[in-house]
Structures are given as structure tokens and as C-alpha cells.
Design a protein around this ligand. Structure first.
Ligand code: PGA
Length: 236
């Protein structure tokens, strides 16, 4: 069986020296690892590792958009994946499902692979709206999208950075629901789980056969953690 994917979402945690150290200690990573460093560090990573993703992109290819990152230019640099719709972007940069949709179109047009993040907030969960929210994110985010290579990361907001992963039962329930919706709209996607995944809880999460992999935030910044997780994936 093919190894499950591991997306390393390094966010904005690492200083230049941390990057140097990380790269020195992870000389070779397996083909199922997708590294998404902070954008300014991408040129360091691009020549050393096979699969590089960008953490956020603007949907226009070029132009007078100060401070933005172009999908086209990322692609030309050798970046093959782009994360969109992360809950932190939805919250801090007002990224809506409509913007996510434009981003995905642009990523697909540029022959890159979108990694679309979805997931309910604690309020959604408490008010029993989780499924409604997830469904809207998928339907609106993927409206009119035709592509055969897309990754969806299910990351409940209350599991991100909290040290609390969901129970396996809850993950399976949501993942099955996501699969149903994707099936209805004719999209074939790889499905990841994210939210406080680390080398300690990964063994247990690996037993969820419905998942194609994991998205890791904080723990992706530690080479020790990454090497341990890589080993778990390859021996699964
Ligand atoms: P975390 O972040 O692993 O630090 O919880 C996951 C994510 O936001 O992708």
C-alpha cells in the first residue's frame, strides 16, 4: 500500500536559523512528505526537497498586488502544492469560500495541486452545525472546479494548536460525511486530517483507513518530530 501523505504546514513559527537546522537534520525526506514552509523560505527548500507547497496564494497570476504571492510564479519556481482556506486565513485575512474557490481555480489552471482546508469551529460544533458548515465549505469552495488531483484537509478549528485531536469516532464520522458530499459533486480527492497531530498520536490516527494522510502544524517545525512521523508512515 502507498504511504499516507504528510503535509508539513510550518506556518510562521521558524527563524532563519531554525530553517537551517531543520534542513541539516532532514537530509532526505520520503516522497509522501509535502513541505510548506513560510513563503520567504521557499527558495531554500525548492532545490533540496521534491514536494513543496505554498501556504497561501493570491488568485491573480500577476499584477499590481503588493504583498501577494502569485500561483503562476510559485509554479515557475517549482512549487507544486498550495494550501487554501486554512482556518487561520479564513479568520485573520477574511478568506471566504468564494475566495477559496477563485484560488482553487487559479491553482488548477496553473497545473498545481490544491490542498483545501475545511473544518468547523467550536461554536459550530456546540450549535450542532458542524456538518452544515463543512458542506457549505466544500460546495462553495469547489463550485465549478474540475480536477482529478486535489487534497482536502479536514481540520476542526478547535483541534488546531490545542493539543486536542478529535476522537477517532468523530474523525471517521466527519470523513465519511465529507466523502459523501464529494461523491455527490463528482470530485475525487485525497483526504487528510489535521489538528494537533504529532509523533505521539500519529500511530493511533494511522489506524483510520479512510484517511489518506495528515496535515501537521506545530510539530512540523521539529526535525525530530518529522523524522519520527516519517518513520511511522513508512512502517504503517
Ligand atoms: P497544529 O496545526 O498541528 O499545530 O494543530 C495544524 C494546522 O493548522 O494545519
Amino acid at each position: 500500500m502507498k504511504n499516507k501523505l504528510l503535509v508539513l504546514n510550518m506556518k510562521m513559527y521558524m527563524e532563519p536559523n531554525d530553517i537551517k537546522e531543520f534542513m541539516a537534520k532532514t537530509d532526505k525526506v520520503d516522497d509522501n512528505i509535502i513541505i510548506c514552509p513560510e513563503t520567504i523560505y521557499i527558495p531554500y527548500f525548492i532545490n533540496k526537497y521534491k514536494n513543496i507547497g505554498i501556504q497561501n496564494i493570491y488568485f491573480e497570476s500577476r499584477g499590481a498586488y503588493t504583498g501577494c504571492n502569485s500561483v503562476l510564479h510559485a509554479k515557475k519556481l517549482g512549487v507544486n502544492y498550495a494550501i487554501v482556506g486554512h482556518s487561520e486565513c479564513r479568520e485573520y485575512f477574511n478568506i471566504t469560500d468564494q475566495i477559496v474557490n477563485k484560488q482553487i481555480k487559479s491553482i488548477v489552471d496553473n497545473n498545481m495541486i490544491p490542498i483545501m482546508c475545511i473544518g468547523e469551529s467550536l461554536d459550530d460544533k456546540v450549535s450542532s452545525n458542524s456538518k452544515k458548515v463543512i458542506k457549505k465549505q466544500i460546495i462553495d469552495g469547489l463550485k465549478g472546479i474540475k480536477c482529478d488531483r486535489i487534497i482536502i484537509a479536514y481540520e476542526p478549528v478547535y483541534a488546531i494548536g490545542t493539543g486536542n485531536t478529535l476522537s477517532k469516532f468523530d474523525i471517521i464520522d466527519s470523513v465519511n460525511y465529507i466523502k459523501e458530499i464529494l461523491n455527490d459533486i463528482g470530485i475525487n480527492a485525497l483526504l487528510l486530517y489535521g489538528g494537533s497531530v504529532n509523533s505521539t498520536n500519529l500511530s493511533d490516527l494511522l489506524t483510520i483507513s479512510a484517511l489518506d494522510g495528515f496535515m501537521v502544524g506545530k510539530s512540523s517545525c521539529s526535525s525530530v518530530e518529522v523524522l519520527k512521523m516519517m518513520k511511522l508512515l513508512s512502517s504503517n
